[in-house]
Design a binder for this molecule. Structure first.
Ligand SMILES: [Fe+2]
Length: 214
């Protein structure tokens, strides 16, 4: 699948279209900084669309939390992010779910994983941005961490979660973390949580995107 651009693979073309729509249409709630971040993400995604990179897949991998993906997508399809959840369903079989740590904290091993959709490591190859999904099981605490040189946003697709105990976010919400800002996530008691995320930064920081736990 490396000979042609991703736009020759309709499920991926539609997925990128959905991500662009999410970042264009999600309300910034009047925050100029968040609106500006949404524009930055939109410009990067528009560049990906224009360049039309080939798809470069890692070996598909699943982790224990993937047993919650069906439920997360089913719930997502009932809410405002239904169109996005359906687009994820179409490409789910080729995703490579990872922990992102050399050694995963034991409490997270069966409650968390992420996969990338676009970025320096693919599947849609770009140095402009990293786009991915995070999946949490119910009753998960994702420990306090920050991203050096990387600005991050999460868009809630399915389930409810809290960040830094400051509020509870439902599907359609966008949460913004400035570079190096420390954040911690907790998820609801009974349902899994699926988030879309975008990381922006320089090509060098996106290539070397290590988390820092505090
Ligand atoms: Fe984060």
């Amino acid at each position: 699948m490396t000979a042609s651009g991703f736009r020759d693979h309709p499920n991926w073309a539609y997925l990128l279209q959905e991500v662009r729509r999410v970042y264009r249409n999600t309300s910034s709630g009047g925050s100029k900084i968040i609106r500006e971040h949404q524009r930055t993400v939109g410009k990067a995604l528009s560049a990906v669309h224009t360049v039309n990179p080939s798809l470069d897949f890692s070996e598909p991998t699943t982790l224990p939390v993937c047993a919650h993906l069906d439920r997360a997508l089913d719930n997502g399809k009932l809410g405002p992010m239904a169109s996005f959840a359906r687009a994820v369903e179409r490409i789910r079989d080729v995703l490579a779910w990872r922990y992102g740590y050399e050694s995963v904290p034991p409490k997270l091993a069966d409650r968390y994983a992420y996969c990338e959709l676009a970025g320096p490591r693919g599947p849609m190859i770009t140095e402009e941005i990293i786009i991915g999904l995070v999946l949490f099981a119910p009753r998960c605490t994702y420990p306090q961490h920050s991203h050096r040189g990387i600005t991050e946003s999460y868009v809630a697709i399915s389930g409810a979660f809290s960040e830094n105990d400051l509020g509870v976010y439902a599907p359609g919400s966008i949460i913004f973390n400035r570079a190096a800002e420390v954040h911690r996530i907790t998820t609801g008691q009974t349902e899994p949580c699926l988030l879309l995320y975008a990381w922006t930064g320089t090509a060098a920081t996106l290539r070397d995107d290590r988390l820092t736990f505090d």
